[in-house]
Ligand binder design. Sequence first.
Ligand SMILES: NC(=O)c1ccc[n+]([C@@H]2O[C@H](COP(=O)([O-])OP(=O)(O)OC[C@H]3O[C@@H](n4cnc5c(N)ncnc54)[C@H](O)[C@@H]3O)[C@@H](O)[C@H]2O)c1
Length: 346
Amino acid sequence: MNRKLRVAIIGGGQVAETVHASYYLTREDLDLVAVVDSHIDRAKAFAERHGIPHAFSDAAEMYLQCQPDIVSVCTPNRFHHQHVLEALGNGCHVMCEKPPAMTPEQAAEMRDAARSAGKVLAYDFHHRFASDTQLLRDEMVAGTLGEVYVTTAKALRRCGVPGWGVFTNKELQGGGPLIDIGIHMLDAAMYVLGFPAVRRVSANAFQKIGTHKHCGQFGEWDPAVFTVEDAVFATIEFHNGGILRLETSFALNIAAQSVFNVEFCGDKAGATLFPAHIYTDEAGELVTLSQREVADDNRHFKSMHAFVEHVRGAPVSIADAEQGFLIQQLVAAIYLAAEHGTSIDL
Ligand SMILES: NC(=O)c1ccc[n+]([C@@H]2O[C@H](COP(=O)([O-])OP(=O)(O)OC[C@H]3O[C@@H](n4cnc5c(N)ncnc54)[C@H](O)[C@@H]3O)[C@@H](O)[C@H]2O)c1
């Protein structure tokens, strides 16, 4: 497959601009031929900014006229399912923004559709593509940490409710910080752990700040239509006896401006993810086994690169459709456990 591949983007918003178009335009073996947005003025402006020849408000028309090989789905969460199925149905490989969908049933259907079509479906869980994450994964496989029995993943912001897009709208997003930012650290943690089988999930969710305040470090929102949770605290129990604790919030009164990290505690050593740092003790002394100075921040580029290289046939791993389904299943179980105040067996 040496010819140039034709690429289209659906949803011409923030992530499409800063990540997807920015990456595709760096490659000479790709032609970014079209952008689709339900607001045609946004699609046209996006196309003009990036020298993209075609702008549409209707995806069906785009498929008819442009016949892309690759599609990026960058619409609000609610539309991922529909847009991914349409892209696969039109014979395209797909890079879909996270979360995969609104429900595990949708994510399973998307996975099965990709399998039947024989096309690549990748999700933009980009934190797993950081050098830090790869380093910890390799050390985990090598046994450096021993048996990891407690993992703590945090995606917390202090007064960081998104003031753009539809991130506070449950109907369009499926939830708040858990499905938006917690899902990233959940994926990074599960990736490093090697996706261990889940036994049980328990959780508590809160809505204490978003419905009362209206502004923060990421702009303003309308508290009257803030329909998602502020914060979720979950515990995932694995069949191997270990636990993963997840803390995530758009607005929590913590000292730090934000915390995005994962800590792994094994019986031989411990590690933090960003930047990767592996530590233990020897004869009563605290010892650093490995430490990166700063976290790799080229994750988004690497995530897009892995996808395109994978499509091109290179032996590069991606955040694939099955893993996307497993993460979506966990998110749904956490919401269900929080809603019913009971633990959920998987
Ligand atoms: N991987 C990441 O770190 C990351 C970062 C930001 C956003 N995202 C994900 O990307 C998606 C979009 O987020 P964003 O911040 O770019 O939002 P955004 O609001 O900036 O952009 C979404 C765009 O989609 C368009 N749109 C809405 N419904 C549509 C439809 N039915 N058909 C076509 N276009 C439609 C909107 O007009 C808008 O231009 C979300 O799923 C979000 O979770 C991921």
